[in-house]
Write a protein that binds this ligand. Structure first.
Ligand code: 0O2
Length: 212
């Protein structure tokens, strides 16, 4: 990290890595809560809302880049006050309504506080990107007591996830020429709507079958 930020503020860097580890512990707490909820739904409804989960810690390099984009140099307070996705969990659900089910079940827990909520399903991004983004705060019990810790949760269906992976490839692959980016970008935007339509219909079939 001292190489990335170009100086040697060892105390601040140590403080940052202690916080980084705390964020990782926060992601572990949320991951366990989600696993437990998924098992309970399996027992109760014979249905697992969660298809799978992916946890990632933001690389220090992309954290410094994000901080700079927001107008800050590397410093611990700027990180604590502005960067809430050091720990990220992506929850991939089977069906559309599972997103709501998982959100409700998690955020009603008394030790969870929702700090931020961005609903790109009701209001997709101009690219066609759809997902529900939450930042929640969860207590992490350290040796000297509990500390509230932010964790970003991205909730999306299998279809939304497939779409986002392909669109990410289109946007971040440096060797794709601009004509292709425009053509495939337009197609992907259209497919985002079509996927939403298909997922809504599949949800209805699923619900009908669950009732029998
Ligand atoms: P990584 O490595 O995936 O984390 P904020 O965090 O609220 O200060 P930001 O970063 O603009 O502001 O948040 P936003 O746009 O709500 O969510 C950012 C993340 O959402 C991105 O992470 C992507 O994972 C995803 N995302 C947002 N828009 C798109 C999109 O159009 N296409 C795809 N494929 N993914 C998108 P990062 O920052 O890229 O990094």
């Amino acid at each position: 990290l001292s190489r990335i930020i170009g100086d040697d503020r060892s105390n601040e860097i140590r403080q940052f890595f202690t916080y980084y580890q705390q964020c990782q512990a926060g992601a572990n707490e949320i991951g366990t809560k989600l696993d437990n909820l998924d098992s309970e739904f399996q027992m109760r409804d014979n249905h697992n809302p969660i298809h799978h989960m992916e946890t990632r810690m933001k690389a220090p390099q992309s954290l410094v880049r994000k901080l700079a984009k927001k107008g800050y140099d590397f410093n611990f307070n700027a990180i604590k006050d502005n960067i809430f996705d050091i720990a990220g969990i992506r929850v991939i659900t089977n069906y559309l309504n599972d997103i709501d089910t998982v959100e409700q079940a998690l955020t009603q827990q008394t030790d969870i506080t929702v700090i931020k909520r961005k609903d790109y399903i009701t209001n997709p991004k101009p690219s066609g990107y759809r997902s529900l983004h939450l930042v929640v705060s969860v207590p992490v019990f350290r040796t000297d007591g509990p500390v509230d810790t932010p964790v970003e949760i991205q909730l999306r269906t299998v279809g939304m996830d497939m779409w986002a992976s392909l669109e990410h490839k289109l946007r971040y692959k440096t060797k794709v020429d601009s004509a292709k980016i425009e053509k495939y970008g337009d197609q992907l935007k259209q497919y985002s709507g079509e996927l939403n339509h298909i997922e809504t219909q599949m949800q209805a079939i699923f619900e009908d079958l669950q009732e029998n």
